[in-house]
Design a protein around this ligand. Structure first.
Ligand code: PAF
Length: 285
């Protein structure tokens, strides 16, 4: 596996590979790799001539006071995992080469970026859209892979790709879960033993909301109440930012669930850790 640090070198390398007819699969990450990331890499490996994984803890998507400094980092362990997963190139730029001093551009996908997580993390999705567009321009992938655990992020990236006529395929891959249902996330490392034991309440709450819908409930209020009551039953949950049923495209919370699909999504706090999760129900009658 080759490691490239400079955007210009990555760009030249990608151009050469493309001239030789190679299709590149890109897996953008912020490192602290887990099975969720590795499942994206496996999907990229199966569908592309070359796989590039990026590791970049993007300062632009963290608001002041968030966890940029303490975000888990373990480059040595990550490199071992990427080598074992047969990644061709690790692109791991420094912040200064991605955002030189005179950097002054930001990509904003209006509307959906301000809802759900965006309402609690102002500017977050502008930071995500900006860095992802930069990564697309630098790596020039035919396909890029994202996990559905960050459902709103996938929506923002798909909308940006559509609005800006980007010529690549955005591939969305299922959320990977621990045996007890907790969605895999680098931030799970922040949980203490008792918090980790409590954390599966998030997935349980969403599943109970889903069960109510499957049983025929179409009003959002009782579904929201069901999800909140399961979350409130866990004493270590010390904040519910949002938790309800949403339109999977607009992310608005409807009075009644219409159409044949719905998104159940929530963001909660357990201790100092913010956890998000979602479920998408399709084929509703
Ligand atoms: O999902 C992530 O890890 C990040 O938001 C991403 C897509 C790598 C952009 O920094």
């Amino acid at each position: 596996m080759e490691t490239i640090r400079l955007p210009r070198v990555m760009m030249d390398t990608a151009w050469k590979e493309r001239l030789h007819g190679k299709g590149i699969g890109l897996v953008p990450t912020m490192g602290a790799l887990h099975e969720g990331h590795l499942s994206l890499i496996r999907a990229a490996r199966a569908e592309n001539d070359m796989v590039v994984a990026s590791i970049f803890v993007n300062p632009m998507q963290f608001a002041p006071g968030e966890d940029l400094e303490k975000y888990p980092r373990d480059m040595a362990a990550d490199m071992e995992k990427l080598k074992a997963a047969d990644v061709d190139i690790l692109f791991a730029p420094e912040a200064a080469s991605m955002y030189p001093k005179d950097f002054s551009t930001s990509v904003s996908v209006r509307g959906i970026s301000g809802r759900l997580c965006g309402a609690f993390r102002p500017g977050h999705f502008d930071g995500v859209a900006t860095v992802v567009l930069k990564l697309f321009n630098i790596v020039q992938p035919a396909r890029a892979y994202f996990g559905l655990k960050d459902y709103q992020q996938t929506l923002v990236i798909r909308k940006m790709a559509k609005d800006l006529d980007l010529s690549l395929e955005i591939v969305l891959c299922p959320t990977q879960r621990e045996a007890d249902g907790l969605a895999m996330s680098s931030r799970n490392a922040y949980l203490s033993g008792s918090e980790r034991a409590a954390a599966p309440v998030l997935y349980r709450a969403l599943r109970e909301g889903a069960a109510a819908i499957r049983d025929g409930e179409r009003k959002t209020a009782p579904v929201r109440e069901k999800i909140h009551s399961v979350l409130r039953s866990e004493p270590l949950v010390n904040g519910i930012q949002y938790a309800s049923a949403y339109d999977p495209e607009s992310l608005e919370e409807p009075e009644k669930i219409k159409g044949n699909s719905v998104l159940l999504a929530a963001a909660i706090r357990i201790g100092a850790c913010r956890l998000i999760d979602n479920l998408i129900l399709n084929d509703l009658k």
